[in-house]
Design a protein around this ligand. Sequence first.
Ligand SMILES: C[S@@+](CC[C@H](N)C(=O)[O-])C[C@H]1O[C@@H](n2cnc3c(N)ncnc32)[C@H](O)[C@@H]1O
Length: 388
Amino acid sequence: MKPGDVLTLNIEKVAHGGFCVARHENVVIFVRHCLPNEKVEAQLISLAPGKKSWFAQTVKVINASKFRRNSPCIYFKNDGCGGCDWMHTSASYQRQLKLEVLIEQLERLGKITHAREICRMNDVDPDEKNWRTKIRVVSNEKGDLGFRKYKSSEIQVIDKCLIADEQVNKSLSSLEKISPGTEIELVKNNNEVIVLGKDSKNIQIKRQVNQENFEASGAGFWQVHPKSVEVLSELIEKEIKRMSVNSFLDLYAGVGVFSNVILKNFPSAMGYAIESDRNAGENAKSNLSGFKQVKVLKQKVESWIFKNKEKFDLVVLDPPRSGAGVKVMQTLCKKAKDKIIYIACDPASLARDTAVAKDNGWILEKVEVFDFFPMTHHFESVAVFTRG
Ligand SMILES: C[S@@+](CC[C@H](N)C(=O)[O-])C[C@H]1O[C@@H](n2cnc3c(N)ncnc32)[C@H](O)[C@@H]1O
């Protein structure tokens, strides 16, 4: 088997990362742009990490799934934009596939045997197009803007992006050519679109969540789906309403949105919001300045958590894609008293961290799933752990 070989494959189940699994002579192949139960011709792209399996691209569909549709985006093609993974099926079937991915990861990596019973996919709006409030584009050698192709430095020039907000697309089409290799971000906020270049990333943006204002630097993290901060805040609020929170930890806190939810419900609770990005940490300090008993620490979770000896009623964590990792997870399992709410953007990391929580006496009560990233393979999970 070598890159470029075209194989006829029977597609099995969905896999993490926007792929489905197929097998050729007992070798596992992760195939893009296909669906479970299809028969396709796929071209091998490269060996997967570990060098035992392959990545491949569908080049011809022989037997199509009943869930297949023509892509509404002209840039979603074999050699096209690398951004979306599931344009060839409906948003509702994508949600089914994403739930399957989560369940499989929790069963295999998280040692959760009843994952299907405790994971629930929720509806979000918009659930298909025009949801991205932020896009990052790069200019090609002619100065035209576009997205990088899959696993390539080549650029797919675009005139608009179907999943981007209408105003973002309008702003994109009004831009002139720019010097080759320049990256810019277009960020929708309230009713305007801000264009951020290398030198203007630290511009401060005023964000609104449920009529509340938050300061956030343009370079810092902010969820891209217009409803996600609201929906996640409401879910956390619902989860903590039944508790009595005197102390809390908000790990990977960003600009302090979740600390704000906790403190609004328990104004006298003491806690720490920990965020390693200096700009986001500064924003959190100012966003939470009305609550004197919360300390915002601008440092890495792992440089603080092993030294601190306190315990907390509630731990909320929203780590980056890599997850919290074994040592942080083991430690916070000892520090948390009643509940751990884990917001995860990567199901494999959540599953690995779940196994650690389980080994340390915690029960995964439920996982609420939100497809805040329609057409891509990404989704958000909120896992609630209680003491066993
Ligand atoms: C997924 S974002 C969540 C932010 C925030 N909870 C929100 O929803 O707006 C992850 C955040 O963790 C921060 N971060 C990444 N690694 C970190 C670490 N080792 N320690 C502390 N913060 C970290 C990032 O800067 C980012 O703001």
